[in-house]
Design a protein around this ligand. Sequence first.
Ligand code: SF4
Ligand code: SF4
Length: 396
Amino acid sequence: MTEIEISDEIMGKKFIELAFDHCIKCSTCKYSYKEFMMSCPSGEKHLFESFWASGRIRTTRGLILGELEWNDDIKDVIFACPTCGACMDACQAPHADYIVDIIESLREVAVKEIGPAKNQEKLIERATNPEMWNPYGEPNSNNNDLKEEYNLPDKAEWVYFIGCTSNYRQKSLRDATLRFLKKANIDFTLIDEHCCTSPMLRTGQVEKCKEFMQYNIEKIEETGASKVITSCAGCYRTLKKDFKKFGIEFDFEVLHTAELINDLINENKIEFKSDFKKKVTYHDPCHLGRHMNIYEIPRAIYRSIPGLELVEMERNKNHSWCCGAGGGVKIGYPEWSLEISEKRLREARETEAVILSSTCPFCKTNLNDANEKFNFGFEVLDLIEIIDGLEYKVKN
Ligand code: SF4
Ligand code: SF4
């Protein structure tokens, strides 16, 4: 893989050389590689070259080299993509790993030239409101009540970075995680979080991101923690991958809840005392799967739960069809976001599973919204919620 510096070079000469000149328009990015299954929600919706990765690369080239004009007509080409990364997985050219970076960088420039996509400005307006600090427009939870409720210290080895979706939209997932950490005797605490910046980064509204990152790092460091755990695939990717792009350094480890649970299982520390006799299908969150290469860990956990039958959807792991929520699509294109999710639910129905499960509160939200809107009748549960419903013992 060709090494390139992201940061300053992102829209510079290196990308022009690497991506613009190496994209041979082979169309491999339109399907999951070698499987020939549809994989790009954006291209499949619009059925027009500009909406697949190959077209987006040509559009980027045209705009950056001044061959195309910035105007509102080009907005959907730039923003109607959940940045699911299926194109990165399929493309075999040297620029493959950077396709989503190219799309996000194009958005960064687009925001300055023509503004964000419809409604996406709300993400930054709310997140930068000092009464909120989250993209949902909810009054900020400084998490002190939760610290009291769960009797958490100020200093600890771990910080549970709850994330805005778990804290403001998926509280049962958050509470299941808090209960698990307590039960596992993890020495952890919470901080007064500000948004991790994922929604801003994905929509090209990056102006304030560094401040948010620095704030969160400072708060984590105040606790003395050496490990941070997240229950959100988006927070996980952002902390692990994106902070670096902004020159933010930290010396704590970042883990997804699934990684901690898997470690405990491998150390024979979790003993399940009840079973879960249901058929479950797992939806890979794009930000955990294709973006961070975590596919087997959640599956190993589902398989270790007594009675649980794990069944795969046709498109799974790196070939997974996106839930449709990411990249600013849920707020910018809400109807389409649910259409994408509906396709995933149809695929889940073919497995005859009764539970649709994932490891991301944002996937859960969108899958559940589509589940209700289109009457699929699934129970949509995060992995941690399944575990929370079981009787289990964690040995020290
Ligand atoms: S982005 Fe990659 S897969 Fe898509 S057309 Fe270009 S070279 Fe082919
Ligand atoms: S990130 Fe996903 S939706 Fe966007 S162009 Fe690539 S495959 Fe298509």
